[in-house]
Design a protein around this ligand. Structure first.
Ligand code: ADP
Ligand code: MG
Length: 317
């Protein structure tokens, strides 16, 4: 690929790190893994028309492609270090490369995450990012450690991104800006994940929807989970623009929020709530781990919640 375009990306995303021996510009990047650290590695692909609507702003695409990967590192409790960016675009539009690199760098720079290489090809618009992070041996947060009696918690609020996607169809999207922002510029909960090391028994980031992703914790841990629907944290923006039943539907089944869902021993829930409140995202108790399998959603009276939409229902055991 034209070096000019690669150079544009490099210029926008310059983060200096002593552990990068050779970054962009050689056949492969060379990095020095700190002694006594394990590497957490994740890769995610965003395809135009599938993971973001055609016409999405280039900077938003760059941000989101990195955000979804940092969210995976957050869910492991890992500290971000390096990234690779593989880009396929139908044309070599310089403004698009600049915008994408700018959005990527806006998120990468505060984490001192270095872009150390990638690949650039012509083809349908697809953005793949791979990230590498550090964790101490045995410290990574897994999906498999939830125990009966643990409390289930989530960071932030749920449902905004799915609601934002719905709002894109409106003629005037201005009233829904806060929801659409959550869709286009998700905030990976990196510091929250790090704070949960040694405390959370299991952790996952919510990319497919709460019920689906908590279901992965249940399957990996060999347990079930009961969720109290009225406890689900929902933003004022969501509750302003949507009826309660729709807001619940988005919170239970909507993907793309990139909040963390995790389990902690019941006697540590208060401490975790206070710690994550200090970190800005907060954490809400939404249910508990029980014997059995799968996720049960309960209404305020402890009865099985009756869904009005089919979106998430097939995930319920
Ligand atoms: P090669 O033919 O050896 O794969 P490339 O021309 O694909 O070389 O890449 C040249 C250099 O630019 C490599 O260091 C590669 O990692 C980097 N690079 C290519 N595309 C990107 C990109 N989209 N983002 C970051 N680095 C890139
Ligand atoms: Mg290449």
């Amino acid at each position: 690929m034209e070096f000019d375009l690669i150079d544009r990306i490099r210029r926008h995303t310059e983060v200096h790190r002593d552990d990068v021996v050779t970054g962009i510009g050689d056949d492969a990047a060379v990095v020095a893994v700190p002694a006594g650290r394990e590497l957490a590695i994740a890769v995610d692909t965003l395809v135009a028309g599938v993971h973001f609507p055609h016409g999405t702003d280039a900077a938003d695409i760059g941000w989101k492609a990195l955000a979804v990967n940092l969210s995976d590192l957050a869910a492991m409790g890992a500290t971000p270090a390096w990234a690779l960016l593989a880009l396929s675009t139908p044309d070599g539009d310089e403004a698009f490369f600049d915008g994408l690199a700018r959005g990527f760098a806006e998120l990468a720079t505060p984490y001192r995450l270095a872009l150390i290489g990638g690949d650039t090809t012509r083809g349908p618009l697809t953005v793949t990012v791979a990230v590498h992070g550090f964790s101490a041996p045995g410290e990574a947060l897994l999906r498999s450690g939830a125990r009966v009696g643990d409390v289930v918690m989530v960071t932030g609020t749920l449902g905004d991104a799915a609601a934002g996607l719905r709002c894109l169809a409106e003629a005037d999207t201005a009233p829904y800006a806060s929801l659409i922002e959550r869709l286009n510029r998700p905030t990976p909960r990196v510091s929250a994940g790090q704070a949960l090391r040694g405390i959370a028994t299991a952790c996952i980031d919510i990319s497919d929807g709460l019920v689906a992703d908590l279901g992965h914790i249940c399957a990996a841990s060999g347990v079930g989970a009961d969720i109290d629907a009225p406890m689900l944290p929902r933003s004022s923006g969501l509750l302003t623009h949507f009826a309660d039943v729709d807001a619940l539907d988005f919170a239970l089944g909507g993907g793309d929020d990139y909040e963390l869902c995790f389990t902690v021993p019941a006697d540590r829930a208060g401490e975790v709530g206070a710690t994550l409140a200090r970190l800005g995202c907060g954490a809400t108790r939404i249910g508990r781990i029980v014997e059995g399998a799968g996720v049960r959603v309960l209404d305020g009276d402890g009865a099985a919640f009756e869904p009005t939409r089919a979106g998430w229902n097939h995930f319920v055991a």
